[in-house]
Design a protein around this ligand. Structure first.
Ligand code: NAP
Length: 295
């Protein structure tokens, strides 16, 4: 077995993502010699102990990070500023602080200024997930062959970046680096806008009057059913993502709205060629995803 990358890994937030990292680290034992889990509630930590997915649990984030050489924020991004403030004075010199948040500009804005001198900050985002949350939702193959994007600010210690990269590679992920603002624009189109559409379409269906609403549920064809899976995601996590990637999300929504209007016009005027072309483009994107093994 390879040497563990870290002596002590502290996971602040132990839901779907944090508990998946914890499960992998506990199983492989070459990521960290000790895994410490922190959550907002004792009930979650009791569950973590019951599941046996951490060596130790700490309800106080300051105690969780004491002596840790790697700290990973795995809570909703809206909680990061308060968490960073709570742990900042307790971070060990030379430690690495990283995260898994779905937005990156806001994370650098909220956490960056609170990182003490001598501590290395390497923001990250694994592009893997499900609609489930909590410590029971995690599993060891979640990151297998999925991308993890790192967005270290310029001048970040190269060795710290290499260690976070190695952590994710040991979790089974493929790792790339990206500028944080570019990350937020890309994620706005591939993830945040699709979620916004799913929440909206489910709301629209839910607003329908009596009988038709019953039929929506009874006869939900695959189209609507796929939207409901996405719409089942955690409300707090997604509220925080929308509010912390505001500009990029609004820009992609404006572009989408224009394109949807163009489609509506094609439907109204019977422009079959336009409609068919758009469907062909959709099929091509799906085929490319399958070829890239990301479907
Ligand atoms: P989750 O399953 O809902 O778990 C969230 C964890 O954070 C829980 O342990 C929770 O503790 C803790 N927490 C919640 N609010 C907190 C607060 N105000 N202060 C401190 N801790 C708090 O969430 P998740 O799906 O793992 O997502 C975690 C992070 O990963 C988010 O930043 C999200 O953007 C990112 N992410 C998610 C996905 C996905 O598909 N789910 C994919 C990639 C990245 P309690 O249980 O005690 O409440």
């Amino acid at each position: 077995m390879a040497e563990p990358l870290f002596r002590r890994l502290a996971l602040l937030g132990i839901g779907l993502i944090g508990s998946s990292v914890a499960r992998i680290a506990m199983e492989r034992r070459d990521i960290a010699a000790e895994v410490v889990a922190n959550a907002r509630s004792q009930a979650t930590l009791d569950r973590v102990l019951h599941l046996g997915i951490a060596d130790r649990v700490e309800l106080d984030p300051a105690k969780a990070v004491a002596g840790a050489d790697c700290v990973m924020l795995c809570a909703p991004v809206g909680a990061y500023a308060a968490l960073a403030e709570a742990i900042s004075p307790h971070l060990a010199p030379g430690a690495i602080i990283t995260d898994v948040g779905s937005t990156k500009v806001s994370v650098i804005r909220d956490v960056g200024p609170l990182v003490p001198a001598g501590v290395h900050f390497v923001p990250g985002h694994p592009l893997a997930g499900t609609e489930y949350s909590g410590p029971d939702a995690g599993f060891t193959t979640l990151f297998q062959n999925r991308w993890c994007l790192l967005t270290p600010p310029p001048g970040t210690d190269a060795e710290a970046v290499a260690k976070v990269r190695a952590l994710w590679e040991r979790c089974g992920a493929m790792v790339d680096q990206m500028d944080p603002a570019h990350h937020d624009r890309v994620l706005a189109i591939v993830s945040h806008l699709p979620h916004l559409l799913a929440f909206t379409i489910c709301g629209t269906a839910d607003d329908l009057e009596g009988e038709s609403r019953k039929e929506v549920l009874q006869f939900a064809a695959t189209g609507f059913r796929d939207f409901t899976r996405i719409a089942a995601s955690d409300p707090v996590m997604w509220r925080d993502i929308f509010l912390n990637n505001r500009e990029a999300l609004l820009e992609m929504l404006a572009r989408f709205t224009e394109d949807a209007q163009a489609m509506a016009r094609a439907v109204r005027w019977g422009d079959a060629a336009y409609i068919e072309d758009k469907i062909h483009r959709g099929r091509r994107i799906r085929k490319s995803l399958i070829e890239l093994k990301q479907a």
